[in-house]
Design a protein around this ligand. Structure first.
Ligand code: AMP
Length: 196
């Protein structure tokens, strides 16, 4: 039985956060909290909030802190015996502060922040491939997986999310992992961070 941990997977779009979160759910019984997935679900079910964020998401911009913090707060209420994986959250310093406050309220800790390091060229290629593969398999292609939105998503990342690397480094929480390695190597590197 592994101990429960709360962790953040930090990295730009296309870094492999979702893929690695999936493994952690399987292997460690953790609960994945992907704000991107929650927002897409809200759009599909046609809620008022979903309609409100649709155009912003398709353009590749960030939705408001208030909305995503609300979504996370709601999920944290449910608890998780295996701990939580924050995937695509926090994306701003305000979200990071809010997460710290929410966890503190519950007497919980943030146990690790894993930064998936990748280079920009690879990222763009991965996202374009993700769209191509989905289309070839007859699956829906994310509306924001096009060249224009990808550029904006990357810019949003560098302007608003990349400062979190320094923030968590200063807190002593950060471990960088080579996200360019093959999927199983990344998986093993993450496991090593969680079970030193
Ligand atoms: P993702 O699936 O994580 O790439 O997120 C897809 C889109 O959802 C992003 O481009 C944003 O428009 C929105 N989004 C997801 N998570 C957040 C967040 N933590 N803060 C603001 N916007 C978010």
């Amino acid at each position: 039985m592994t101990t429960a941990m709360n962790i953040i997977l930090l990295g730009p779009p296309g870094a492999g956060k979702g893929t690695q979160a999936g493994y952690l759910v399987e292997e460690r019984g953790m609960v994945q909290l992907s704000t991107g997935d929650m927002l897409r679900a809200a759009r599909t079910s046609g809620t008022e909030m979903g309609q409100k964020v649709a155009a912003i998401m398709d353009a590749g911009q960030l939705v408001t802190d208030e909305i995503v913090i609300g979504l996370i707060a709601e999920q944290l209420e449910k608890g998780s015996e295996g701990g939580f994986i924050f995937d695509g959250f926090p994306r701003t310093l305000a979200q990071a502060d809010a997460l710290a406050a929410l966890l503190a309220e519950k007497g919980q800790t943030l146990d690790a922040v894993i930064q998936l390091e990748v280079d920009d060229e690879t990222l763009v290629q991965r996202i374009v491939n993700r769209a191509k593969e989905a289309a070839a398999a007859g699956q829906p292609v994310r509306a924001d997986d096009n060249a224009e939105s990808v550029k904006i998503r990357l810019m949003e990342y560098y302007k608003k999310t990349a400062p979190l690397i320094g923030y968590y480094y200063a807190k002593g929480n950060l471990t960088a992992v080579d996200g360019l390695a093959d999927i199983d190597t990344v998986r093993a590197s993450i496991a090593a961070v969680l079970e030193p």
